[in-house]
Design a protein around this ligand. Structure first.
Ligand code: SF4
Length: 295
């Protein structure tokens, strides 16, 4: 059996940077170290940091008091956080260490610029994702988050005010197919809205590393019988990779670790590709490759 490990394997630059900052913070044993929520969407990597002393603050700020933040350092994860939460941490005596990925920062700035210039902002992405929540926090939640064309129609039907200017950005890790279909959806599926709008401005906030990972996953899916996607269950970019491979017609399985892989799936398979999300350590992919090679 031929096994191909994706070239884009291992942490993306933003996650690498966040992990490096976590190492630095953990290097000062005199000060308690926290991260706000899991620093990356990979449970095994987070557990390792916790073993070394990193404590995870709950997402709900009402629960922060009990953690004792005075004098501590709190890492802001690569997805960023809303400014009012960063301020609240400072007010509680913590020093924030900002590991927000520069690409995510660009998306936050793009959102602020569009809203500041009077555009009605659409964010293509998942409303519950921490990155989207952080972007919303930068624009006082003055934006509509869309994941499906259906939501566009529903939003339009509930509109009472005139919309002249529309701004569009995306969650950085959204896949190109979803982004394209929603931008097209704005024009094709809600023609009444387009009749009213005089200006549409799109700022490309998609992450280049993610796009490259997705393009490679698509190529591998087209040329292999089976694709194993490795990544955290809570990682949306890993889920986007799975969807791309499945849409390309490849048999696709998603696992968090090699131990979850059902090797009976390999029956009759001659070419298998292993790809991983942006927060999946390269070793996890290597472990899957070794398991495949031994089976
Ligand atoms: S996937 Fe892209 S945007 Fe997200 S942390 Fe990594 S480099 Fe930054």
């Amino acid at each position: 059996m031929e096994i191909t490990l994706a070239r884009y394997a291992g942490f993306c630059p933003g996650v690498r940077r966040a992990m490096r900052m976590a190492e630095e913070v953990l290097g000062d044993p005199q000060r308690p170290a926290f991260s706000l929520g899991p620093i990356i969407h990979n449970p095994q990597a987070v557990e390792e940091l916790e073993r070394r002393g990193l404590r995870i603050l709950p997402e709900d700020p009402e629960e922060w008091e009990a953690a004792g933040l005075a004098g501590s350092r709190v890492i802001i994860r690569s997805h960023g956080i809303p400014p009012h939460l960063a301020q609240r941490l400072v007010d509680m005596g913590a020093e924030t260490v900002d590991a927000t990925c520069p690409t995510v920062k660009k998306a936050q700035k793009a959102a602020m610029r569009l809203v500041g210039e009077g555009y009605h902002l659409f964010i293509v992405g998942n409303r519950e994702h921490p990155e989207v929540q952080a972007i919303l926090g930068h624009v006082n939640r003055d934006a509509v988050v869309i994941k499906e064309t259906r939501e566009l129609k529903e939003w339009w039907e509930g509109q009472t005010r005139m919309i002249r200017k529309i701004g569009i950005i995306a969650q950085t890790t959204v896949d190109l197919l979803t982004f394209r279909s929603l931008v097209e959806g704005l024009i094709n599926e809600v023609p009444e809205m387009i009749r009213e709008v005089s200006e549409m401005k799109l700022i490309n906030t998609l992450c280049r590393n993610t796009l490259a990972r997705q393009a490679e996953a698509l190529q591998l899916a087209l040329s292999h019988d089976l694709v194993v996607v490795v990544g955290g269950r809570n990682s949306s970019n890993t889920e986007f990779l799975r969807r791309i491979c499945e849409t390309a017609g490849a048999r696709t399985v998603k696992v968090e670790t090699a131990g979850e892989l059902d090797t009976s799936l390999l029956e009759g398979v001659s070419r298998v590709a292993v790809v991983g999300g942006a927060s999946t350590p390269r070793e996890r992919l290597e472990e899957v490759r070794l398991l495949l090679a031994s089976g």
